[in-house]
Structures are given as C-alpha cells and as structure tokens.
Design a protein around this ligand. Sequence first.
Ligand SMILES: NC(=O)c1ccc[n+]([C@@H]2O[C@H](COP(=O)([O-])OP(=O)(O)OC[C@H]3O[C@@H](n4cnc5c(N)ncnc54)[C@H](OP(=O)(O)O)[C@@H]3O)[C@@H](O)[C@H]2O)c1
Length: 302
Amino acid sequence: MTPTKTSMLGDRPVGRIGFGAMQLAGPGVFGPPRDRDAALAVLRRAIELGVDHVDTSQFYGPDVTNDLIREALHPYPDGLRLATKVGARRDDQGGWLPAQRPTELREGVEANLRSLGVERMDLVNLRLLEGEGGPEVPLAEQLGALEDLRREGKLELIGISNVSRARAEEALELVDVAGVQNAYSILDRSGEDVLELSRERDIAFVPFFPLGSAFTGGPAKLAADPAIARVAAKHDATPSQIALAWLLHRDEHILLIPGTTSVAHLEENLAAGDVTLDADDLADLDDVTPAGSPQETVTHDT
Ligand SMILES: NC(=O)c1ccc[n+]([C@@H]2O[C@H](COP(=O)([O-])OP(=O)(O)OC[C@H]3O[C@@H](n4cnc5c(N)ncnc54)[C@H](OP(=O)(O)O)[C@@H]3O)[C@@H](O)[C@H]2O)c1
C-alpha cells in the first residue's frame, strides 16, 4: 500500500509530510536555538524539498521559531501553509500559562501575524488546556473569538488541539473545524478515537510527537522496539522513517509535522513518504507496545 503524497487541509491539498518548528527554539522550547544558522538551514532545506506545511507558534521561544521562519523564508513561497496555535503564553522562566480568554486569543493570533510577517494565518489551532489549571473559559467563547478573527480576514482555517473526542464533537457543532492536532504515534495510540472522528468528519488529523516525543526519548524508543527494527531492516529504512510511514499508512487524513534541528534528519523524515509498507509489515507493527506514554509530558510544551 503506497500512501498518498498529498491530503486535504481545508479545501486545498497539502503535502502529507510537513515540518514542525517547535524543536528549533532553545531547550524547553524557550529562548534562542543552540545553533541559529543550523535552524535557518533546516527551514530553507525543508522548503527546497517541497515542504508546504509548517507548524509553529508565537509561544515557541516565545517568538523564536516565528522569527526564524520569517528570517529564513520570507517572502514566503506560493502555496506554503503556515499553521499556528493559540491558547497559551510563557512566563519569564519559560513556564506555560493559559491564555484562553477571547482577548488573549485575539492577542495570540495578532502576535503570530506580526512575528511571521503575514496578514492572515492559514490555520490557527485552539490549544485547549483543560485539566491543566487553565481558566474555565467556555469553548463557545474561545471558538467564537477565532470565528470573529476569521470574519476579519486574519485567519483562514480553525483547528483544535489537545481535545477528547467529546470536546472535538462539541467544537464541530460550534464552528467549521479544519482539523485536530493531538498527540499520536506508533508508540502512543491513545487518541485513536479522535483519529476515527477525523475520518468520519473528513477533517485533517495532525499528530504531534509523531516520533514519540523528544521529551520522553521517543526516537530512542522507536529504535529499541524489535518490530520496528525488523520492518526497518526489511525496507532499508530507519526506525524513525518506519514510525512516520506507519502514520502515513494509518489514515489518509493524517498530515505529518515531524520536528528536527538537523538537515540530515529532515531529509530522512521526508523520505519516509517513499516507504511502502505491506500487510505483513502493518501486522508486525501492530505488536509495538507503548513504552511509557508521551501524553504525560504534554504540559511541558505545546
Ligand atoms: N499542539 C500541541 O500541543 C503540540 C505539542 C507538541 C508539539 N506540537 C507540534 O508538533 C511538532 C512535532 O513534535 P516534535 O517535533 O516535538 O515531535 P517528536 O516526536 O518529539 O520528534 C522530535 C524529536 O525527534 C528527533 N528526530 C526528528 N527526526 C529524527 C530522525 N529522523 N531520527 C532520529 N531522531 C529524529 C528530534 O531530534 P533532532 O533535532 O536531533 O532531529 C527531536 O528530538 C512540533 O514541532 C510542534 O510544531 C504541537
């Protein structure tokens, strides 16, 4: 089964392997990168290789990844989709704070427009912080704020992030939702019900931590898994490529945004789109057992 090369984001096709920019900021997604030139080189190489979907947020750094994206890529090539997320802010130690009141969501979108140097975001994800100490701002108010911004021409698509199936269904009743961004990978399949909902409603599903999360040693866990190692050896591929290929085969609604600070890893990740898994491989990969849930660490970054 060869996975498709493009899938829909809203009413336009986009490459199935995009780029997640979060890892380009400093340690803890806070402050400047260890190697600024290397970060710029990764972004430029991504575009050279045809990436047309970059996921970021003003709260990465804060401002660090957006500034890098603007410096590396502005003026942006035609067709590049820039996706961001709002709903959080940083304190001066890098701690994550909720920012979900309508005025804060508006400020968040406007901060992204400024730092990226665009007049309209292609996609804004509402990053929910339920159960993480955030204020109880009704979902209708949060999504209403984004809908107002859409009417003003400041964003095209609304997405939701870190949602249960019930919350996603509620959001779909309130506004036109283009996609869900939740943690999901071959190592963490706990969000299967939300993937199923995305399939039913024909909206994009963008898994974050597609390599199992840097914060909990995801890539090393992939390499240590015997089933992944077997399938990787058979295809002369790396464990990370198999993890990404598995996601591409899982469902055509899945759009990938793997993050990396390395051009070599970027190239490897994009080449995962050429790995064709057969039924035996997929059955073998069904045996991969989650070695600790990356979901636990979601509060450390968004
Ligand atoms: N909505 C949310 O709440 C939320 C939360 C988290 C993330 N996100 C988004 O999701 C994107 C993806 O998440 P992530 O980047 O943190 O995913 P991830 O699953 O943690 O993968 C990134 C890690 O994998 C390593 N890596 C990347 N390619 C590799 C390869 N080919 N071989 C070995 N190691 C590799 C990277 O290290 P190197 O730099 O050394 O390659 C990095 O440590 C983020 O960039 C962000 O845009 C959203």
